[in-house]
Design a protein around this ligand. Structure first.
Ligand code: GLN
Length: 492
């Protein structure tokens, strides 16, 4: 099946003309049409336009850039001119919001002649760890459809794992690329805050949101990152540092590299099969010539509490723009503007979004700002310092992505705190603004409807600020030495 090719493989074939961009796009479209009814990963389909774009790429025929003619899907928070963008929220789905402009990321991909197939499912405004808060319903895990695909970029992860596209865009505010990549057995790259532009991506928590990619291999992640990274005059938080050619440095190997294992990331209560898989990966690194050292990130236990004060605070401010006046959901006119806002927002937003708006408004209020928000910002700095200190002694860190493999649909829906704990190993990385790469490192045995099944286990490599090169290099070396990334779920 052509849609199961990696970007690098497809590029070779497009270039030597043994494959056309239209054939490749068609293969993805057919795959989406045959498997997505049961997965629910794709929420907006853009097939006619995709075929037009593919035709154009074929006509040009040069395929100079590795992304030329490559079909992809974007999480439904990336504005794309003329394509519905709803953040999987009723507040924008009602009267489909159709942006008149492109996000910087989709614009950069367009410039490289990549082919956009449509949009993927996400938790409402990316708040969640399972896609269960999406107004389109949950995305099912391709390995076991009674389980979640993770979240919030669950649609993107499931789509990549099920070969519905060659790569997908995601966002990661507290783990939303890495955790679903781990749950679905694909590669997920969360970049340094400011490495990619947030312009035109619907915000959740602006000081943590980062734009990244889900792919089938580490090499593919390096290819896409090279195309989307770099300073953007439309996002003042992007950094001006040059964008290296990530695909060139990949092959340098890990000989002499020092990799830290943070002891706070191997905790009581985590699935022993996850711990075993990550520790086995450390042994693979030793066999490749790296040194493993134990490190400590002492403020890690405070990360979830810190994250869940800062994020709702920023959410409460970012959600204020959805007021039923400028776009999206409306209600019949009322006597007072305040009443109108109340009715629009209470009927347009789902429970998790409302919960965060309430917590955030409280944490930012005059009487409680010092007690909660200011304290959380101080602890955030301590967490960042922990990482900085660790990177004085090691090149990168190796840790699990999540304490368990994919959980059952509905397992945490009645218990938001249990859902928040899903982010225990991922959220600290966003608080520190550093990059993280999630890659498959094994399988855990679980009971499935048809007997004993296997679920992917993910590990993450964490690097210093702007250190995408080092984690991609370490990820690539591991991938060359193992076979986990080649495994695919069987889907009828
Ligand atoms: N699960 C986290 C949350 O709900 C992360 C979300 C994200 O990264 N977008 O906040």
């Amino acid at each position: 099946m052509l849609s199961s090719l990696t970007i690098a493989q497809a590029h070779e074939r497009l270039k030597n003309k043994s494959l056309s961009a239209v054939e490749l796009a068609r293969s993805c479209i057919e795959r989406i049409e045959s498997v997505d009814t049961s997965l629910n990963a794709v929420v907006h389909r853009n097939f006619d336009r995709a075929l037009e774009e593919a035709k154009k790429a074929d006509k040009k025929g040069t395929f100079d850039h590795p992304l030329a003619g490559i079909p992809y899907l974007a999480k439904d928070v990336f504005c794309e001119e003329g394509v519905p963008t709803t953040a999987c929220s009723n507040i924008l789905k009602d009267k489909d919001f159709i942006p008149p402009f492109d996000s910087t990321t989709t614009k950069r991909l367009k410039e490289k002649s990549a082919v956009s197939l449509g949009k993927t499912n996400t938790d409402e405004f990316t708040m969640g760890a399972s896609t269960e808060t999406s107004c389109y319903g949950v995305t099912k895990n391709p390995w076991d459809r009674t389980r979640v695909a993770g979240g919030s970029s669950g649609g993107s992860a499931a789509a990549v794992a099920a070969d519905e596209c060659l790569f997908a865009l995601g966002t990661d505010t507290g783990g939303s690329i890495r955790q679903p990549a781990g749950f679905c057995g694909c590669t997920g790259l969360k970049v340094t805050y400011g490495r990619t532009s947030r312009y035109g991506v619907l915000s959740m928590a602006s000081s943590l949101d980062s734009i990244g990619v889900l792919t089938k291999t580490v090499e593919d992640a390096a290819i896409v990152l090279g195309a989307i990274a770099g300073k953007d005059p439309l996002d003042a938080t992007t950094g001006g540092m040059p964008v290296p050619d990530y695909t060139q440095t990949l092959r340098k190997g890990v000989k002499g590299m020092k990799i830290g294992l943070p002891k706070e990331y191997f905790i009581k209560g985590m699935d022993p099969q996850v711990e075993t898989a990550v520790r086995a990966a450390a042994k693979v690194y030793v066999s490749l010539g790296a040194t493993i050292v134990d490190v400590s990130l002492p403020h890690s236990p405070y990360a979830i509490a810190t994250y869940y004060v800062i994020v709702p605070s920023e959410v409460s401010s970012n959600m204020a723009r959805y007021d039923g006046v400028r776009f999206g959901h409306t209600v019949p006119e009322r006597d007072s503007l305040i009443e109108y806002y109340e009715r629009v927002r209470s009927s347009g937003f789902g429970d998790e979004v409302k919960r965060r708006i309430m917590i955030g408004t409280y944490a930012l209020s005059a009487g409680y700002y010092d007690a909660y928000y200011r304290q959380a910002q101080k602890v955030r700095t301590l967490i960042k310092h922990d990482f900085e200190q660790a990177f004085e002694n090691v090149d990168c860190l190796l840790a699990p992505v999540a304490p368990t493999p994919a959980f059952k649909i509905g397992a945490h829906t009645g218990d938001p705190v249990q859902m928040y704990l899903e982010d225990i190993f991922t959220a600290p990385v966003n608080l520190a603004g550093i990059p993280g790469l999630s890659i498959p490192c094994g399988f855990s045995k679980t009971v499935t409807p048809s007997g004993v099944g296997e679920l992917p286990v993910g590990m993450q490599l964490l690097g210093p600020q702007w250190g995408e090169e080092v984690i991609l290099r370490a990820g690539y070396a591991y991938e060359q030495a193992t076979e986990w990334h080649n495994k695919r779920p069987t889907l009828s």
